[in-house]
Design a protein around this ligand. Structure first.
Ligand code: HEC
Length: 120
């Protein structure tokens, strides 16, 4: 897929999701977290050991790292979770660590979910 199509697709998804027709919930975000994060951020895997962050449940996700929350309810742009997966942080802490980034759609769903209040 070329970049222009990706951008158009992301915009279409964003419009669809934020157009108040659909409330995005944790259930929409969870499959992405399982696919892209769980291998390091569950149990005693490396991401958990290093940061305390687990994607085991809504509660653990909202609790964040040992330093505190990574989701600022209502503001994806202020949320470490979104900034890391969207490539808006220092490249050394982009997530997933050393793996393929999330698709534009997956990033957009996380963004809209946080902006809509990160509900369960
Ligand atoms: C290959 C293993 C791996 C994968 C996959 C992975 N992480 Fe991590 N993650 C780590 C490690 C290791 C750390 C510890 C900090 C560091 O080295 O950057 C970390 C740290 C974090 C932190 C804490 C950052 C901080 O500054 O305290 C968050 C939040 C995080 N990851 C989110 C995610 C999310 C969301 C995903 C999925 C999109 C993900 N990670 C996928 C290994 C991984």
């Amino acid at each position: 897929m070329n970049d222009r199509i990706k951008v158009l697709l992301a915009m279409t998804i964003a419009a669809g999701l934020s157009g108040c027709s659909k409330q995005v919930t944790y259930a929409d975000v969870e499959p992405t977290l399982q696919e892209k994060c769980a291998e390091c951020h569950t149990g005693d895997h490396e991401g958990v050991v290093a940061s305390g962050f687990t994607v085991e449940s809504y509660e653990s996700l909202m609790k964040g790292t040992k330093l505190g929350p990574v989701v600022v309810t209502g503001s994806a742009e202020s949320s470490t979770l979104y900034r890391m997966v969207a490539g808006k942080t220092d490249p050394s802490i982009h997530m997933p660590h050393g793996k393929d980034p999330l698709s534009a759609e997956q990033i957009e769903v996380i963004k809209v979910w946080i902006d809509q209040g990160a509900v369960k």
